[in-house]
Design a protein around this ligand. Sequence first.
Ligand SMILES: [Zn+2]
Ligand SMILES: [Zn+2]
Length: 224
Amino acid sequence: MSLFVMLSVVLALSGGLLIGLTLLFRMPVTEGHRIREEPVKTPKGSKFWRIAVVNSVLSISMVYGLTYLLYGVLFYESAASLWRMLLEGVSILITYDFAYYLVHRYPFHQWQLLRKVHAVHHTVRFPTAYDSLYMHPVENVIGLLLLMLCTFLVGPVSIYSFAGVFVIYSFLNILNHTGLELPFFPFRTISYLSQKHDAHHVSMRSGNYASITPLFDHLFGTAE
Ligand SMILES: [Zn+2]
Ligand SMILES: [Zn+2]
């Protein structure tokens, strides 16, 4: 299967997950499982949807565009042994988790220029799944470039390793924003990550900067 087909499947599944979890949050059945209730939805209306549509188009274009342009540098087409592909995938994710932790903690929160860019995502005080699309387009570009840079640092990697990484990267970005705590299998771990990221949205001064695992927040004392 080609990498472009696999990425298309992941993008389609991510769209389904985003819509499904947003609807789930609004259903009466999850009423007692919401991390925090939102008094008034902000941002709302046309402004929200304008940014959400821009970011959806931008993400899809960048995923295909960067994959096409950097294909020969980042990937090899064959499947390697399972252990090697696992090692490649875990190496990219750990490198990305650390790189994103640093970018999120310093340029996005502590340095003035990109703080304003990241503040757009923080206008969402009570995140639910579809709020994962609400960010300044520059932040969206930085996130995807960072993923590709980490793939380059580890690579070249098998297209299958990268497809696996892209599933985890895309799904976790959505699952971090569910706004739900569901204390039963298999949602317990996801709910833990959602609660961590929900606490991050409370203020621009909150901790919990990492987006894949809480590892670096615990290592550097920024876990809440
Ligand atoms: Zn932040
Ligand atoms: Zn967020």
